[in-house]
Write a protein that binds this ligand. Structure first.
Ligand SMILES: Cc1cc2nc3c(=O)[nH]c(=O)nc-3n(C[C@H](O)[C@H](O)[C@H](O)COP(=O)(O)OP(=O)(O)OC[C@H]3O[C@@H](n4cnc5c(N)ncnc54)[C@H](O)[C@@H]3O)c2cc1C
Length: 294
């Protein structure tokens, strides 16, 4: 099979891992004061890109996450940030840092981890078999495929109920499977709510129903799509054995320092933020720390 050749090694001052709201905005700030910055990661994989219309931010009302992220990455490049969508696979720590993507090696002086969080598999029967065959983990990306269908939404987080409320006007009907959570989410009246302890996806080539265990017993509910929308989980697999993690979150001190000198972390991968406003506050504070660092 044809393999694309490796790309030249890169030496840089700052390497920011993650092109979400944290990574992009910190890159813009550092670059604006003349620092040499490389930014790795796909803006389209960031949480904000999948969030739809943003809520509770100081951005203009009606701002769509994807549009905002596209504008910010464009601004970053205008400010001189070098960007690649590649994923970091490995970090080695010797006399200097070596950060590797599949085809390139980077030798940064400082590493900033901003790899955020992503949807995690919920490990129920049928989840893997029907993934992309009726099961999706992004309602905002995939809802156009389900316009004339009855769908389910599965999860136990605020984002789960938001996804259900979003889908009720885009699909023929929504069942919300509220997973191992006794609270009552705020829902549009048209959504049918099930408190469930377990779920199994059933079908042939594609999903056709789910079997759920509720307090009223086992029920089978027909549907043609199931959106799995739980709490996002930190993207830190590539950091195992590199910096200290706690339940997969990167451990940082009040100055955003990780357990390794000159490696910093911010944003949702640290578990210290979970929305735009908190991330932007962390960006401002880390930027100040970096530029006043002796
Ligand atoms: C469905 C949904 C709706 C939301 N709605 C709102 C809202 O309305 N208002 C609000 O304030 N907040 C909202 N949030 C929360 C908000 O989006 C997040 O708090 C914020 O975007 C986190 O930003 P981040 O940069 O830390 O991480 P992320 O957005 O997760 O970005 C992480 C980046 O790191 C990259 N990455 C991961 N691993 C690697 C690797 N190995 N190498 C290179 N790059 C890597 C990813 O591709 C991505 O580019 C929402 C979140 C979700 C999931």
């Amino acid at each position: 099979m044809f393999q694309r050749p490796s790309e030249p090694d890169i030496n840089t001052d700052y390497l920011i891992i993650g092109a979400g709201v944290a990574g992009i905005n910190l890159a813009i700030k550092l670059s604006s004061i003349g620092k040499e910055v490389w930014l790795l990661g796909s803006p389209y994989e960031s949480q904000l890109a999948k969030a739809g219309v943003l809520q509770n931010t100081n951005l203009p009302e009606g701002t769509v996450g994807l549009k905002y992220i596209e504008e910010q990455i464009k601004l970053a490049k205008e400010k001189g940030v070098k960007h690649k969508s590649s994923l970091v696979e490995k970090i080695s720590i010797g006399d200097s840092f070596l950060v590797e993507t599949r085809r390139q090696k980077f030798y940064p002086k400082y590493i900033i981890i901003a790899s955020g969080a992503k949807q995690k598999r919920m490990n129920f029967p049928g989840e893997v078999d029907f993934f992309h065959k009726g099961i999706s983990d992004c309602s905002i990306c995939d809802f156009p495929l389900y316009g004339d269908r009855i769908v389910g939404v599965l999860g136990n987080h605020e984002y789960t109920s938001r996804a259900a409320n979003f889908l009720i006007d885009k699909t023929r009907g929504v069942h919300l499977f509220w997973y191992k959570n006794n609270d009552k989410p705020e829902l549009d009246d048209r959504i049918e709510l099930y408190h469930i302890d377990s779920i199994e996806a059933i079908g042939g080539d594609t999903i056709s129903s789910v079997r759920v265990n509720t307090s009223d017993g086992i029920r089978e509910v027909e549907l043609e799509g199931l959106f799995v929308e739980g709490k996002p989980y930190p993207s830190s697999e590539f950091l195992e054995g590199v910096v200290e993690l706690d339940d997969a979150y990167v451990v940082i001190d009040d100055d955003f320092r990780t357990s390794i000198s000159n490696i910093y972390a911010l944003g949702d991968v640290t578990g210290k933020t979970s929305n735009y406003t908190e991330v932007m506050d962390a960006v401002d504070r880390l930027f100040l720390k970096l530029i006043t660092k002796k």
